[in-house]
Design a protein around this ligand. Sequence first.
Ligand code: VG1
Ligand code: CO
Length: 542
Amino acid sequence: MIERIATKPYDDQKPGTSGLRKKVPHFKQENYVQNFLQAIFDTVGKGERETLVIGGDGRFFNRDVVAIAIRMAAANGYGRVIVGQGGILSTPAASNLIRKRGAAGGIVLSASHNPGGPKGDFGIKYNIENGGPAPERITSAIYKKTKAIGEYRIYSAPAPEFLTVGERSLGDMTVEVIDPVADYADLMEELFDFGKIRDLIASGFKVRFDAMHAVTGPYATEILENRLGAAEGSVVNGEPKEDFGGGHPDPNAVYAADLIEELMRDDGPDFGAASDGDGDRNLIVGRGIVVTPSDSLAVLAANAHLAPAYKKGIAGVARSMPTSQAVDRVAKKLGIGAYETPTGWKYFGNLLDAGKVTICGEESAGTGSDHVREKDGVWAVLLWLNILAERHESVKAIIESHWSEFGRTFYQRHDFEEIDTDKAEGLMESLRDRLASMAGQRFGSLVVSEADDFSYKDPVDGSVATGQGVRIVFSGGARIVYRLSGTGTAGATLRVYIERYESDPAKHTQDPGEALAELISIADSVGEIKKRTGRSEPDVIT
Ligand code: VG1
Ligand code: CO
């Protein structure tokens, strides 16, 4: 039976960069989850009997919300839900399923790289029929509905169990529980030359993949160990846990320090990689080198043609605005389009759908292609492996030859976490107020050539996004970008993105901290970071 339950709106259900993210106790408030899901269903208003994909990264509270989503889907007229076994689906696997099965959309449960557990973070995101995150016009319509909601619909019977694969029903709706890995692993096998990668691994090339106790464990184990023959144990921390083993599933130098340490040993593995909570991010580490995500994007774009799926070349590239301009140089050389979008994968969807770009990426360890409409951690690892299998060079050699061909873009992102929201907003406002007078000003040896608050007009549907981050560009192309995170759940996080191009190969081995030292100090004085927040050092540098 379908029940209509009266509810009261919450005023804080505005989706951020990637869906609604809050702490678990916040989500556990009465009807908080139900309200948001009903607002989604009311907004997307798909025709009766459509298919909906449901799954998440397996963090604490995942199964409870999967069960609620199944019951609410049945009460909102869906004909079928496709659910990952145990409620598990990595974000890219969910995107693939939506596309492959012609679903109307998907509910993706994740707070990505943020810690999980009873006091940790949780998140709910809606993906549209192309498999990608709902664009701004849909997320703002969802937000509007959440502020006026009066009731939600739910099927009174409990959700059928979803711990075992098979078909069940709830009312007239079919609940199809699937193996979360199989379709995704098959897709990877279509894109890449598994034979060549298998030969590389069989020749003694050692791989280490750190799944950080998050969702990619089963995917990486199936693909790397079972299908590509990597030794058992190549995938570490491969068992997904509700609290990610107490860790922080963010593949960066701080939280993936163990992996990096392994790869810095002379007798360590040849190739290291890690992914995040929901499997859409990637960190690539070669022996003796940590690959900066913006460089990884550029190298993948330059070498993608070595993998079967991209052998005819790529149509174009897109990067988020704060991502370094390294990939633009590759696009220029290849004679293909390069697009600069606001932060968040939702802005790539139209470009991918229109065939304007094949490869996209963000500085935040996200890379992907037109195979799905999300960034994809395991995909990036496999494209790297395919390139290595073709080039027979080390990761370090590939990066260094990329720098000597295209020049090196030194890059760092400095995060100041959990700062007071008013102070963070004041800092941004002050920067915006000073933008008009910035051009022509000299700071140390650098002169500002232009400064703006980034806005983006989507070339496909003409939609406009404003206020996407303050950019200060210096003559010579060095940049400082300031923006506030849209994924945090406590206070505000200020992200400061710093980059400088260096064409002289003799200077490519410099330490990024040194190469960027002057810009880092300018970033503090122009942004008044210390003055306004009291912080003299960032919490994390990526
Ligand atoms: C961050 C990253 C952004 C990424 C987003 C979602 O957003 O900077 O590049 O798309 O997270 O990634 P923000 O607004 O906090 O800077 V994930 O892996 O958290 O879904
Ligand atoms: Co993620």
